[in-house]
Design a protein around this ligand. Sequence first.
Ligand SMILES: Cc1ncc(COP(=O)(O)O)c(C=O)c1O
Length: 383
Amino acid sequence: MSFDNSFRLGAADVFPPAERHVYLDAASVGLSHKGGAAAISRWQNALAEEGTIAFDEQAEVECLDNLNTAAAGLFNADPDGIAIASSETVLMQSLAWAVMPAKGRRVLATNNTHPSTIYPWKRVCDHTGAELTWMRADSSLTIDVDALEDMIDDDTAVVVLSHVEWGSGQVYELARFADAAHRHGALLVVDATQSAGQVPIDVTTGVDAVATSTYKWLCGPFGTGMMYVAPALQQLNPGILGWRSHKDMWDFQPDRLELPDTAKRYEFGTMAYGTAYGAYESVRHILDTGVDRIAAHNRRIADHLIDGLKGLGAEILGPEDKAHRSAIVAARFPGRNSREFAQTLKEANVIASLRRDFIRFSPHYYNNIDDIDQGLAAISAHL
Ligand SMILES: Cc1ncc(COP(=O)(O)O)c(C=O)c1O
């Protein structure tokens, strides 16, 4: 079957900048869904014009409901398992304090993990004396998943993984690590900030918690985070509390706190609520498009990119095996300084990120094969 090289799965009228730039930077910040950006402005303008006439008490109770439902769809979760707040980090931090692994227990992570995935757990380990243990990557930033699984033992309290690693793009099989963690009585806690929107996530595989921000592969705004927690974690005492933590947030009796019986207990205060309306639009678009279709589209364009980069002599980081790869493609160009080269590419309108000593390309569903060919032509011209 032939493939139309100009086909964008996320249409250009929803993502107009996709036609102006070779934008290969979703792992940093995804292009914003146009309808989502408009929804945020509408909310903000209504607030500016009319204050609580436009956004009353009832609206403040209900303003996260649509995003809650969309997040449940994204994770294949029960809506009672979803909490919304202002970022992945705050939700992860609140969860880490709730779980609070004790002295003598271990938290296992990879040394490729994003700081925001693991610093919240480090803070709690520093407090309790629990030990943070690391599975280390090889020189191509690849984690040996068999060795990672072997590190899970009966002292492990929590396995904390980025579903997709921010640098190498390595993808972990969540069902496998949920099983392995549970065999040893540990939890599997997942940061999906680099996977939600590009790789399917199904919490019925046994994952205990999944948290994500919305401004990368979900093409939503900064300022919104979503978390799923399994029923057992819906009974814990969250690390962050505030007036929204009460099951009736308008109760206003500071000497009594009744937490909701759901994941909503991890919602604690005001946030830039308009971002939740924007995130709803973008997550809805991802769901309507289909994460499976997005994954297949992104696989095709990322493979084309990898083949082209290899043809130009680049070193590709991360696993060789395509089953463990996402649309994040990290490369070094022998003889070229990555910092200078990333800048040169930006001036040629090829937008990617310098990270450490490599350049990270991250095409998404609004890209097409023609974008990749333009990017490769610019790389070739400036090598
Ligand atoms: C895996 C991962 N988690 C978290 C973050 C950032 O978290 P937050 O949006 O809470 O600042 C990033 C940002 O690059 C990331 O790659």
